[in-house]
Design a protein around this ligand. Structure first.
Ligand code: DAH
Length: 336
């Protein structure tokens, strides 16, 4: 009987192992655990074995019965859990499902980095409307009435007076109208120009504008601030230079250049053999501009600057076609 108990135990465990559905499980129950099943039959047989063997056999049978019931209950629990998840038994060796993680667009990253540097120097961030009036975009910024920048060729006019801003400089005017000095703001945003789209120019792009007006702001403050910015943004070892230029809203005005990172100043395709790359325009705010917002030009002076974001990002990442930023090709975007 001892041997037969062991073989029933083995047969039961094998049948339980093969069971994959509720129906299989019920068959196992009928065959082994029901009142007429194999285990119950052993208890029947107990009646006819010699009295001396009864305690020993009884003990073995009770162990068999309780082990079998426990194994059965466990299997039943596992089966119903996997049926709830609807996919059969769980395969713990399957690889996890990857969750795709997005990244910030390279232009957004560039704007964020520029903002972070100026905010650390005490600048705040301001924005203004993309649809502007002729006054904010040109007039208040000291553009003469016959200035070529007002031409239909560059500007998208909505009506005679209303247009899509061609630069972020009008936000300077809006900021100063709302606020007395000290004014220390940077102003990122989208601008529009009526130009043919090519690798080097777009009809819409981003700029970031800067403005600092207070008592006794000088050209040295301009240089110190912009040099500190360029060292942080382009690297400590970058060579810098300023070159005089003209803007209606600044006097004097200066473009800032960095040494070409590709050829280290020797001259190459990137810098058009110049060895230098222009990175921004700047200057001391023209007294006419300060007067237009009602600032006392005897008391206050200031500097301003502006840079194109696509160009800045391209210098940093070595992108040679500005259109790539707007095609949303993930093979391009994944590289940043
Ligand atoms: N608004 C100029 C442009 O679109 C850039 C610029 C130059 C902004 C000099 C300034 C500045 O604030 O001082 O080309």
């Amino acid at each position: 009987m001892n041997e037969r108990i062991n073989s029933v135990r083995a047969a039961f465990l094998a049948a339980l192992g093969r069971a994959t559905t509720e129906a299989d499980l019920d068959q196992v129950r009928v065959q082994f655990l029901s009142r007429s099943g194999a285990i119950a039959n052993f208890f029947e047989e107990m009646r006819s074995i010699p009295v001396a063997e009864k305690p020993e056999m009884g003990k073995l049978l009770n162990i068999l019965k309780s082990d079998a019931q426990a194994a059965f209950d466990e299997k039943k629990g596992a089966l119903s859990a996997s049926e709830v998840s609807g996919s059969g038994p769980i395969d713990l060796s399957l690889p996890g499902r990857p969750r795709p993680v997005g990244t910030k667009h390279p232009l957004t990253q560039t704007i964020d980095d520029i903002k972070r540097i100026f905010v650390s120097m005490g600048f705040s961030v301001a924005t203004g409307p993309e649809i502007e009036t002729d006054y904010y975009n040109f007039g208040a910024l000291n553009f003469p009435h016959d200035h070529p920048a007002r031409d239909m060729q560059d500007t998208f006019f909505i009506s005679k007076e209303i247009l899509l801003r061609t630069h972020t400089s009008p936000v300077q005017i809006r900021t100063m109208e709302k606020q007395r000095p000290p004014v220390r703001e940077i102003m990122p945003g989208r601008v529009y120009r009526n130009e043919a789209v090519s690798a080097r120019s777009l009809v819409s792009f981003y700029q970031i504008e800067g403005l600092y007006v207070d008592h006794g702001v000088t050209f040295s403050d301009l240089k110190g601030t912009l040099v500190a910015f360029a060292r942080q943004f382009y690297g400590k070892d970058v060579k810098l230079k300023f070159r005089p230029t003209f803007f209606p809203f600044t006097e004097p005005s200066a473009d800032m250049y960095i040494s070409c990172f590709l050829c280290k100043g020797k001259g190459c395709r990137m810098c058009k053999q110049a060895g230098w790359l222009e990175i921004l325009g700047s200057g001391m705010v023209h007294p006419h501009v300060l007067k237009n917002v009602g600032y006392d030009t005897e008391k206050y002076t200031g500097f301003a600057f502006g840079m194109g974001i696509e160009r800045t990002a391209s210098l940093r990442y070595g992108v040679d076609d500005l259109r790539l930023y707007y095609e949303n090709d993930v093979r391009f975007l994944r590289q940043f």
